[in-house]
Design a binder for this molecule. Structure first.
Ligand code: IMP
Ligand code: MG
Length: 178
């Protein structure tokens, strides 16, 4: 399959993603049992996952966006994170679920959790679509996980490589560019 010159080999298909997101939504709905929830969508990578997950959760909820950018080259995180967009409302006393696209080294999520915990939510949990345990540098607890993947750089379903491929409806591995 090709998108803008680069070849992307599918890893997780649209249907597989849809089914797993629906399961996560049901699990979250059960666990929070009618308690209102604040979903914190971590931009940019989580925007597609968060949109689908939100619709799979049957609870009163609101959505906040948290923009972070980690400095580093295109495929590795440096752990130095910059907040590019802050939450619009306080989260003190609320049940907060962070929605992440992928936990790789864990550095971004560690920083993020620290930032959010300092704002005194009633509870703070994490839902990540993907996890690459091979590269973990800062161990983080993922309460809800979509898929564990090998140490490959993936794109699609919100994830990018140099801002490309976020719009692919599936997740794949960039195998060549040109
Ligand atoms: P970490 O700080 O190393 O855990 O990296 C987290 C962030 O790096 C993710 O939220 C993504 O934005 C980006 N990232 C890590 N691995 C990948 C990948 O395979 N594809 C696309 N983005 C990735
Ligand atoms: Mg991200």
């Amino acid at each position: 399959m090709s998108a803008r010159g680069a070849s992307v080999t599918p890893l997780l298909g649209a249907e597989e993603l849809r089914e797993r997101v629906a399961e996560l939504g049901r699990q979250i709905t059960r666990d929070y049992a009618d308690r209102p929830l604040v979903l914190v969508c971590v931009l940019k990578g989580s925007f597609v996952f968060a949109a689908d997950l939100a619709r799979a959760i049957d609870l009163p909820l609101r959505i906040e966006f948290f923009g972070v950018q980690s400095y580093g080259d295109l495929t590795t995180s440096s752990g130095v994170v910059q907040i590019t967009l802050d939450l619009k409302q306080p989260i003190a006393g609320e049940d907060v679920l962070v929605v992440e696209d992928i936990v790789d080294t864990g550095l971004t999520l560690s920083y993020l959790s620290e930032q959010l915990r300092a704002r005194n939510p009633a509870s703070l949990k994490v839902c990540s679509l993907l996890h690459k345990p091979a590269r973990v540098r800062s161990p983080v607890e993922i309460d809800y996980l979509g898929f564990t993947i090998e140490d490959v750089f993936v794109v699609g379903y919100g994830l990018d490589h140099a801002e490309q491929h976020r719009n692919l409806p599936y997740i794949g591995v960039v195998t060549a560019s040109g």
